[in-house]
Design a protein around this ligand. Sequence first.
Ligand code: AMP
Length: 185
Amino acid sequence: MDFVMDRSALDDLKNAIRTIPDYPAPGIQFRDITTLLGDARAFRRAVDELVQPFAGLKIAKIAGIEARGFILGGAVAHQLSAGFVPVRKKGKLPHETVGMPYSLEYGDDEIEVHRDAVSRGERVLLVDDLVATGGTAEAAVKLLSSLGAEVVAACFIIDLPDLGGADRVRRLGVPVRTLVSFAGH
Ligand code: AMP
């Protein structure tokens, strides 16, 4: 999963991400990818780089985490000729669901997928825009695994390594690919 990306391409991607200080709470540096999504070259480059290690690996489904993981995951699914599975906040999906609770800094939350969204043994790639503490991604890996899917890897545009989320997902035995990283929260 290790790779060397052209430094100037990497800088371009990083520069396409806007940082909003103290949003949504004091002390948080919000990494806003809407600027990257609005930049045709950066969006294409980010999707190409997310996809690159997985071409030819027979990925059956992309699982995208609500909501920014839907935008990236849809594009990644198209590139890999895979299906797309939305991983949503509790109560949003219309058919029979399975859920997985996880802890946030303040309180708890739960993500859900449709029970029939993946089948036993299906090879799934998890996609989101950013991994912070890894709590959301960990819950998604456990949820998909509980349905018998094989989570082949997880990929994110942004890593916040000081929060340890990528390593948390790796400890579940799931390789992680990230494209750019930012220090701090
Ligand atoms: P976590 O479960 O802590 O890894 O948080 C990951 C989720 O929260 C992702 O869906 C991110 O989009 C969002 N998130 C967490 N921290 C930030 C941040 N600093 N900037 C933007 N999004 C964030």
